[in-house]
Structures are given as structure tokens and as C-alpha cells.
Ligand binder design. Structure first.
Ligand code: PEP
Ligand code: MN
Length: 350
């Protein structure tokens, strides 16, 4: 439930609303906005009698959020949320943020080569897994803590912000020490205890859509993180499994505008896992930017043939550089720009 205060409501009136909500046994979350202040009532509000709140001085309206997810919904917050991953890297605004790098961190040489290449091409963030969720227990599982140290080294050299996955609670604490943004992978999208845990770590979270998750499931999972006190969640469309085996997944482009209608949270797109096929990544990345994605997460490897995971869907650095040029033009066509790589000046199009 959301209590919208009148324009110009006094602090004392806002405090009185907070007090009544707390007296009723709920958590009150005041949210100052550009137009007006609202106070969210957090919790299962099915039985709340709103008439007591409606009668308070300074209250304009009480909104019963109709969606099962609450804080994540546009009803709760009409303005877009902009998540700042690092200085100058804002996801959810007018800039399209490019996050690129290998599926897994494999060695110092590999991650530094990848970081240099994606930064030179124009990416603002480096992606790469140190903890890898693999279908087979015998496949490469990632370098663990050493992988995080190598990501930190790459950040130090290139200035790129680091996005990397956490698979469990102990790993998440470690990831939070090294990363700028914690990725929760498709396989863990419904690991509710992990979601609650990362909600308490105070770092931005990139939440990927589960491979059989509806959009509503995705938004409810995000709600866990917000309910734990972390508003900095970036959603990620990465394709879902269907009957069709022509591509690794079915990349759901429609999810981008649908999520943007239902939620104020930013949404980025991952055409690498969305297609699983290198030469399909570029057209789908172009399409995702055209569809309004706030960012693109793409796998790029200095030597894809030798990759320890997801080589078949990893772009060669030259392909990524070409893609960035195209994305810049597509973004410009819809009145947007790309976040410049760290330490560089924005490139004009035209
Ligand atoms: C990844 O980003 O490398 C990854 C494992 O993605 P997903 O969780 O979407 O499969
Ligand atoms: Mn991968």
C-alpha cells in the first residue's frame, strides 16, 4: 500500500503517517519524490484498514498496489529507478550501458586482454564469472576467489566497473567485496534465501531471468531484494527455454517493454545466453537496444575457440568493436547515447 502525501505536506504530517503505519505493525518507507512524497507500507497489507490513514492530515490518496509485487511496481514508483554501479555508470537513465567480457575468468592474461579489448571498443563494465553455475559438476567451475582478484586487477588497470556472479551466500559476501555489481544467475533467480541475503549486502544486484520464469516471477524475485532493503536492482532478459531447439534459448525481446511498463527498475538484455550462437548475438543486441534496453550484457573472449565456457556464443573482440559502433547509431536514432568507456570522451554520431 502506498500513501501519497499532498503536494507541500509538512514533515510533521509525514511523520504522523509513519507513526500510524508502525503502530499498525508494518514497516513505513517514506519516499521523497520530485512531485510529491509518498510513504510505502511494507508487508502483507491484505488486511489493512486504510480509512485510518486516509483521514490523516496531509494525505492525498491511498493506493492499493494491484500487482503481487509491490515495491518493484510502477504503481509504487512512477519514475524510473537509475542504478549507479560506479561513478559515471548509471543504468536506467538515458544512457545505454555496455557490459562485456568473457563468460568465465580463466587467467590473468585472458581477463586483462578481454578487459582492454572491451574498454577500447567502448564498454563501461567488465563482466566475467569467478563462480560458475555449470550443468555438469565436471565442467570448469570458475577460479573462485582468485577470479575475483583478477577482476579487481582488470578494474584497476582499465577503470571498468565489474559485474560478476554469486552462487551462494558465502560466495556473495566475497563477491560484494570485489565487485561493483553482484550478478544473480538464471539458475538462482528463485533462490529466495540468496535473494534476501544479497538484498542486505548494499551492492547493486543484476538479476537474470530464470530459464522458465514468467515476467511476474522475475519481478517477484526482484521484490525479495527490495524488501530486504536494497532498491538497486537491474533486471536482465537472457532468454527462456521453449520447445524450439534452433537456438540455445528463446530471447524474449518483448520482455523489455513489458517490464518497463510494469516496473520502474532498469532492464538490460543478454543476447549471448539469449541465443547461444555467436553470429546471432549481434542482430539481437541491435534489436535489444532498439527495443529500449537500458544496457547490454555480452560475452566477448580474446580467443573464443579456447574458452573454458560459452566459447560458441562469445564474440571476437573485433566483432564487439563493430557492434558498439552499430549500437551507438541505433541508440542515437531513439534519442539515447552509450555510456562512454572510463576515461574517454563521448563519441558523437552523425
Ligand atoms: C552468465 O552470465 O555467464 C550465466 C551463467 O548466465 P545465465 O545465468 O543467464 O545462464
Ligand atoms: Mn556464460
Amino acid at each position: 500500500m502506498l500513501v501519497v502525501m499532498k503536494h507541500g505536506a509538512s514533515q510533521a504530517e509525514i511523520d504522523a503517517v509513519v507513526e500510524v503505519i508502525e503502530e499498525m505493525g508494518y514497516e513505513a518507507r517514506p519516499m521523497p519524490g520530485a512531485q510529491r512524497t509518498a510513504v510505502g507500507l511494507v508487508g502483507n497489507d491484505g488486511r489493512v484498514d486504510s480509512s485510518r490513514i486516509e483521514a490523516l492530515a496531509g494525505v492525498a490518496q491511498v493506493i492499493h498496489v494491484t500487482q503481487p509485487y509491490k515495491q518493484v511496481s510502477r504503481e509504487w514508483r512512477p519514475e524510473n529507478t537509475v542504478v549507479t554501479i560506479a561513478p559515471g555508470v548509471h543504468v536506467g537513465g538515458n544512457e545505454v550501458v555496455l557490459m562485456a567480457g568473457p563468460c568465465s575468468v580463466e587467467s590473468e592474461e585472458q581477463i586483462l586482454a578481454a578487459a582492454r579489448a572491451v574498454r577500447a571498443a567502448g564498454a563501461a563494465c567488465l563482466r566475467g564469472g569467478a563462480f560458475k553455475p555449470r550443468s555438469s559438476p565436471y565442467a570448469f567451475q570458475g577460479l573462485g576467489k582468485r577470479g575475483l582478484e583478477l577482476l579487481a586487477l582488470a578494474r584497476q588497470e582499465t577503470g571498468l566497473a565489474v559485474v560478476t556472479e554469486a552462487m551462494d551466500e558465502s560466495g556473495a559476501e566475497l563477491v560484494a567485496e570485489y565487485a561493483d555489481c553482484i550478478q544473480i544467475g538464471a539458475r538462482n533467480m528463485q533462490n529466495y534465501s540468496l535473494l534476501r541475503f544479497v538484498g542486505g549486502l548494499g551492492k547493486p544486484v543484476l538479476l537474470k531471468r530464470g530459464m522458465a520464469a514468467t515476467i511476474s516471477d522475475l519481478l517477484l524475485s526482484a521484490e525479495y531484494i527490495l524488501a530486504a532493503g536494497n532498491p538497486n536492482v537491474i533486471l536482465c532478459e537472457r532468454g527462456v527455454r521453449t520447445f524450439d531447439t534452433a537456438a540455445r534459448n528463446m530471447f524474449d525481446l518483448t520482455a523489455i517493454p513489458i517490464v518497463q511498463g510494469l516496473s520502474h527498475l532498469p532492464i538490460v538484455a543478454d543476447p549471448s545466453h539469449g541465443t547461444g550462437i555467436r553470429d546471432k548475438v549481434t542482430p539481437m543486441a541491435r534489436a535489444a537496444v532498439a527495443a529500449g534496453a537500458h544496457g547490454i550484457l555480452v560475452e566477448v573472449h580474446p580467443n573464443p575457440e579456447r574458452a573454458l565456457s560459452d566459447g560458441a556464443q562469445s564474440l571476437y573482440p573485433e566483432q564487439f568493436a563493430q557492434l558498439v559502433q552499430e549500437l551507438r547509431a541505433i541508440a542515437a536514432a531513439i534519442g539515447r547515447t552509450l555510456t562512454p568507456a572510463p576515461g574517454t570522451v563521448p563519441v558523437a554520431v552523425g
